[in-house]
Design a protein around this ligand. Structure first.
Ligand code: DGP
Length: 119
């Protein structure tokens, strides 16, 4: 499904290069950039270029897109030499999970020990 950009969405504006970001990787359908407020030595956000607000809004036909988000995160961890030491992938959905930007984004966190359970 074609997911058009949302004019007032921060991450859509990063995708369109209207807002600057420190870009790590790009494919035809995904963009990866450093989180502006890093919670670990490595903290990258992987977003679809089309606007999808939350995981609740994903369609079955977008399952492979989410899979490619995970694989891109894995590739970034490998490229930056923390795949073997370990990393965490997080998708926050809605208020109680702490979602603050309503454009689907996969957090890739690595470079330190990450406690469990999460806060
Ligand atoms: P979440 O809480 O899961 O919605 O995470 C949103 C993340 O987005 C949060 O870790 C901070 C990051 N963020 C917010 N504004 C910007 C921005 O303008 N640029 C970048 N690179 N990251 C941002």
């Amino acid at each position: 499904m074609d997911r058009p950009a949302k004019a007032d969405c921060l991450f859509c504006r990063i995708v369109k290069r209207e807002v600057p970001a420190d870009i790590v990787a790009e494919t035809d359908e995904l963009l990866a950039f450093h989180d502006v407020n890093p919670q670990a030595p490595h903290h990258v956000l992987i977003v679809p270029k089309g606007h999808i607000a939350t995981t609740n809004d994903l369609l079955a036909e977008e399952a492979a897109l989410v899979g490619r988000m995970v694989l891109l995160a894995r590739d970034i961890a490998e490229d930056h030499d923390f795949a073997q030491s370990g990393y965490r992938l997080v998708l926050n959905c809605n208020r109680q999970a702490g979602q603050s930007v309503y454009h689907l984004h996969l957090h890739l966190l690595g470079g330190r020990y990450l406690s469990w359970p999460p806060g």
